[in-house]
Write a protein that binds this ligand. Structure first.
Ligand SMILES: [Ca+2]
Ligand SMILES: [Ca+2]
Ligand SMILES: [Ca+2]
Ligand SMILES: [Ca+2]
Length: 143
């Protein structure tokens, strides 16, 4: 009886362990991109110095622009830009007021947002700046 109970416990224990492993395994491929999404610093910090320089932010913004512009006509109309430039921000970014946001306009707007998020003016966004309101608004535009 005693042995049987122990065997049963061992069997249950093993089932528990293998169950956890089986559950963990399918998560692994998706976990890393999710972490990168949750942490823009890791996702965009190309030179791995723990902060985001303007060049890193701009190259991420340029990639995002291309992603939003499948027709490749070098500008975003209001509908294409909606995920990153809703309403007023679209008109603010469209500096020549032609109803479209070109890549140059988009990058100029991103640079303004970068400067707002970087009050110490040291050319890079540190963790605390990224976590601030302006830093988070900027990061939302990049993914
Ligand atoms: Ca960096
Ligand atoms: Ca377009
Ligand atoms: Ca324009
Ligand atoms: Ca800074």
């Amino acid at each position: 009886m005693r042995v049987r109970t122990m065997l049963l416990a061992a069997a249950l224990g093993m089932a528990g362990v293998s169950g956890a492993v089986a559950q963990g395994a399918p998560d692994l491929p998706t976990r890393r991109p999710e972490e990168a999404q949750a942490d823009p610093l890791q996702a965009f910090d190309v030179n791995k110095n723990g902060k985001l320089e303007l060049a890193e932010v701009k190259s991420a913004a340029a990639a995002r622009f291309d992603e939003l512009n499948p027709d490749q006509d070098d500008s975003l109309d209001e509908r294409e830009a909606a995920p990153v430039l809703p309403g007023e921000s679209f008109r603010a970014a469209d500096t020549d007021k032609n109803g479209k946001v070109s890549k140059a306009e988009f990058l100029a707007y991103v640079e303004q947002m970068f400067n707002m998020a970087n009050p110490d003016g040291d050319g890079a966004l540190e963790r605390a700046e990224l976590d601030g309101k302006n830093g988070q608004a900027l990061m939302k535009m990049l993914r």
